[in-house]
Design a protein around this ligand. Structure first.
Ligand SMILES: [Zn+2]
Length: 289
């Protein structure tokens, strides 16, 4: 096995999750799911983790929350691309596309899950292609912006995917990537119970340094990188990790009190670990060189 980031061939074992291990590259610390799952295994795990109906419901029940979150991404995007043609890879039902259109962008999506893609087309009148990016064959330099939220870590051949992204981007085009941070405080505290450490669904597990290195070596220049996480996600993961049996068999009041304390502590303390790039999510803005 060769590390896709730094081409090193030496790895150390790190964590065991489900029936898989996460091993880390000795040089750049990239986490890799081992044994490396087949495409079928990975897709099956993805369907089991989030079936189409659950996916759609998750977004619909929290529609305001997601649109608010997406407006923040668009605010950052505007610093580099005030307007233009945007492609969201792995767009799900298309809520980011809806928000981007409301903010004046021309938006197209790619989504492998047919039910989710169809939902966005029918209900939000979006332009969503149900296919792999490589198969769609967009012309060279079609887009000003490509976004990949929670996508890169699922792709077996990430270099090939980034090559395709680079091809469809215009000169100086902007790439936005968001994915989980293996070296976050949240990941360190919860260990193999970290909610975003989903093997074999996630094939790769990045930290800010090796993600930057990977983008740089694929023809992108980093403009801005931050780490963060929603307090609710941190506190619910914390409770889930330390009270795995849920509230049954335990004092409900105790759990409730604990969750409030964790939520408040997270909310107050997280700016300190965000500054050290220890937030649970890595969000990076890079331009095509
Ligand atoms: Zn490496």
């Amino acid at each position: 096995m060769v590390c896709p980031v730094c081409r090193n061939v030496e790895f150390v074992s790190y964590l065991k999750v489900n029936d898989f291990n996460v091993i880390r590259c000795k040089k750049c610390k990239l986490g890799i799911t081992h044994p490396f799952p087949s495409t079928e295994q990975s897709l099956q795990a993805n369907l089991e983790t989030y079936n189409s109906e659950q996916r759609i419901q998750l977004y619909l029940t929290k529609i305001d929350y997601f649109k608010k979150r997406y407006r923040k991404y668009l605010l950052n995007i505007r610093n580099y691309k005030p307007q233009g043609k945007l492609l969201d890879v792995g767009c799900n039902i298309g809520l980011f596309l809806v928000t981007a259109k409301e903010e004046g962008f021309e938006a197209t999506g790619i989504e492998l899950n047919k039910e989710c893609a169809d939902y966005g087309v029918k209900n939000f009148e979006l332009d969503i292609v149900n296919d792999y990016l490589e198969n769609r064959g967009f012309q060279d330099g079609t887009f000003d912006i490509v976004t990949m939220f929670d996508v890169l870590e699922h792709i077996p051949d990430m270099r090939n995917a980034l090559g395709e992204v680079r091809r469809v981007l215009k000169k100086d085009g902007l790439l936005v990537v968001q994915l989980p941070n293996l070296d976050s405080i949240m990941a360190r505290i919860t260990g193999s119970n970290w909610v975003w450490l989903t093997t074999p669904d996630h094939l790769y597990h990045f930290n800010p340094k090796n993600l930057s290195e990977f983008l740089l070596s694929n023809g992108f220049r980093i403009k801005y990188l931050r780490t963060w996480e929603p307090s609710e996600d941190f506190s619910s993961n914390f409770i889930q990790a330390f009270c795995p049996n849920g509230i049954f068999g335990r004092s409900f009041k105790k759990i409730l009190r604990l969750s409030k304390v964790v939520l408040l502590a997270t909310h107050l303390l997280r700016p300190f670990w965000w500054r050290k790039y220890r937030g649970g999510l890595i969000e990076v803005y890079a331009t095509k060189v």
